[in-house]
Design a protein around this ligand. Sequence first.
Ligand code: SF4
Length: 236
Amino acid sequence: MLNFAGMTTMPAFSKLSKLGGLIEEFVRREAGAEKAIFTTSLSLEDQILTWAIVEAKLPVDIVTLDTGKLFPETLALHALTEKILGIEIEKVLPEESDVAAFDSECGMDSIYLDVQARKRCCTIRKVLPLQKICAGRSLWITGLRSGQSENRSGLQMLESAPDWGLKKLHPLLDWTDEEVRAALPLIDIPVNPLHAKGYPSVGCAPCTRPVKEGEHPRSGRWWWEQSSKECGLHKG
Ligand code: SF4
């Protein structure tokens, strides 16, 4: 439930109160026979979306990619979110044989030395498991915002993703950092304690480090690469 005391004029309140209805409209129109899927990384944005989907009781499967390399804080947040909201957030795991092959052929240290090895790790631990769970579905909901990075600035709220065989919906596309931060205290959902320790964007532990004041929020992701800071799930 929204904690709205004194907040009715805030833009974040207004967007938050319409969020469930917005998602529902697209789900009804676009999801088809299979349920829509929402992939949460338990980021601030994804916590807002999880709350909205549960609050509006939408027919959406909520899943997370458990790469085997997540921070303990992220795993604890996953369990706590399930408990508070009374839901299951399905963990999607990589194939054990793929991980074993990577470990024996490359090893985790290779991700810092060779961008192809890093991409292979992301493919094994993120892209392939997600491809499997997206099969047969028509709609994938994400927490992407246009203000997060240059390569996300040109996104449409609903876009075709032919590589994935479905459409992607980004309900928070036009939300600002400030609106995200203002919305969270209005709802009963925990956030990752790493955000308060200098990690604005939290991914796998080997590939995420804290950022300094003034640095780009995504600069702590794959910090050793001059890449687009994407892992293959979204266009880089
Ligand atoms: S983010 Fe890092 S640890 Fe996670 S899948 Fe990609 S390369 Fe592997």
